[in-house]
Design a protein around this ligand. Structure first.
Ligand code: AMP
Ligand code: MG
Length: 474
């Protein structure tokens, strides 16, 4: 892809004095965009929505969705536009989506803008998730401006360009179902299958088989969130991608101390989207998609596909957790070994990321070598009891300490995007210092590697950063 700006967009979209504050070469590579192009002054114009590259025909997408369990008949891209799609040299298709792009026909009472704070959160977290190996939209760049945006207080407006195979959500199907527009529903399903699930085009039951693949992608995705200790915060059906990728980063959170009931969204008073609810909400959301597909597929086939969700999600979660514990063989008692440790961690407020990274250092020859691990727990004897079981289990499968450490370091990240880290980057950016954004971007692209100069970023949160309130306001 080369950037040849040609036309201007309507002034309602343009942010005044746009400037590129961060550019992500790893995402640029996916659309064959030479990072050198980012240095051209027009780049901020193109990715800030004020200049169009030939071939770009921006549009806003319509969708609806269930928000906190309640059906909202019309949502849509209220502050985002699809700039266009790019097919790279490998034949992969990437949508370029500009978030914070100004008013669209679906803005409702909103101003169509995104604040710098929320764009930084989405940009960094999507790259952090990708670094962890979790499917996600990708962040291409951040465009800043002096434009003032009114939220609880006055903030600066910004734009984010994100990329995904498509931005089709469960809610994109729901809107045609609830409007009884079954013909449009079929056009959408056929388009999605032809472009993104081409192996399903020929053959019977293609809509049910499409649904089955969405079930599988969603189950695997949510298992990955659970294993890394991450909560989405707003799992409405309009924020669920049909590609099984993490979509729409709002009040998300990586947990610090392990807490199964962790609620990262300050506005989620009932804990509908609490950490331990995510697997069930995944199922609930999929049942909404199944409902929307009823005019196209047999109910029984959709139900059969839906029934695969729970065993898939649980099986995948167990596989990921076994790897986090360094276990190779599968034994029936593994579930209780894992659950019992998590319960102890919850009781003793043990940091999830730091502890699992440290667990790789566990030695099976002598319990006395495991002092640093005991120190995570106030009740050291309770931990010893568990550690004996763990050591026995490791010995049973003749686990070698050194090999296991290497394996465990590949799946237990050293660095995650804790809320306080992103908060520090936001506060600096609000003072026009964008260096912390770029530092975190680079660090989090390799979360499993020891980066000794960056050890401070692997520390537990300071007191001020422990329970930061993050809400839907963005
Ligand atoms: P979200 O919580 O970001 O997933 O957004 C939910 C819905 O509200 C989507 O349809 C958004 O496009 C819309 N929305 C959120 N913020 C704004 C805004 N500032 N202006 C217009 N629409 C918005
Ligand atoms: Mg959304």
């Amino acid at each position: 892809m080369r950037v040849f700006p040609r036309r201007s967009t309507p002034s309602s979209i343009q942010l005044p004095s746009p400037r590129l504050v961060s550019f992500n070469p790893a995402a640029a590579e996916l659309i064959d965009l030479d990072p050198e192009q980012a240095k051209r002054p027009e780049c901020a114009g193109v990715f800030g929505g004020s200049l169009l590259v030939p071939g770009m025909e921006p549009l806003a997408m319509l969708y609806s969705g269930h928000q906190f369990g309640v059906y909202v008949p019309q949502l849509g891209d209220g502050r985002a536009i699809l700039l266009g799609e790019v097919r790279n040299e490998r034949g992969e298709k990437w949508d370029l989506h500009l978030k914070g792009a100004g008013l669209t026909p679906f803005s409702r009472e909103g101003d169509g803008r995104a604040v710098l704070r929320s764009t930084i959160r989405e940009y960094l977290c999507s790259e952090a998730m990708h670094g962890l190996g979790i499917p996600t939209t990708r962040g291409l760049c951040l465009v800043g401006s002096d434009h003032q945006v009114y939220r609880e207080q006055v903030e600066t407006g910004a734009m984010l360009v994100r990329m995904a195979p498509s931005h089709v959500r469960f809610g994109t199907f729901e809107i045609f179902y609830y409007r009884k527009q079954h013909e449009q529903l079929k056009i959408l399903a056929d388009y999605v299958i032809a472009n993104h699930f081409p192996h399903l085009v020929d053959g019977s039951n293609k809509y049910a088989r499409f649904f089955s693949e969405v079930v599988e992608g969603t189950a695997k995705l949510i298992a990955q969130w659970q294993a890394v200790g991450w909560a989405h915060g707003v799992m409405n059906t309009d924020n669920m991608s049909i590609h099984g990728i993490t979509l729409d980063y709002g009040p998300f959170g990586f947990m610090d101390d392990y807490n199964s009931g962790f609620i990262c969204n300050h506005s989620d008073h009932n804990g509908r989207y609490a950490f331990n609810q995510q697997p069930y909400i995944g199922l609930w959301n999929l049942s909404c998609l199944a409902q929307a597909l009823l005019p196209l597929a047999e109910k029984e086939d959709l139900k059969t596909a839906l029934d695969r969700y729970t065993p898939l999600c649980e099986g995948q979660y167990m596989e990921l957790m076994r790897a986090k514990f360094g276990l190779i063989e599968t034994k029936e008692e593994d579930a209780s070994l894992i659950q019992d440790l998590l319960a102890l961690m919850q009781l003793h407020h043990v940091d999830y990321t730091i502890f699992f990274r440290a667990l790789g250092l566990c030695r099976t020859e002598s319990a006395s070598l495991n002092e640093p691990l005991r120190d995570f727990f106030l009740d050291r004897e309770a931990f010893d009891k568990w550690a004996h079981r763990y050591a026995d289990r490791l010995r049973e499968e003749r686990s070698r300490d050194d090999d296991r450490l290497v394996r465990m370091n590949r799946v237990n990240p050293k660095y995650v995007l804790r809320n306080y880290l992103v908060q520090t980057a936001i506060e600096k950016a609000q003072q026009k210092d964008f260096s912390e954004i770029n530092r975190l971007l680079t660090l989090l692209q390799n979360p499993y590697s020891d980066q000794p100069a960056m050890n401070a970023y692997a520390a537990p949160p300071p007191n001020w950063g422990k329970h930061l309130a993050v809400s839907c306001s963005s």
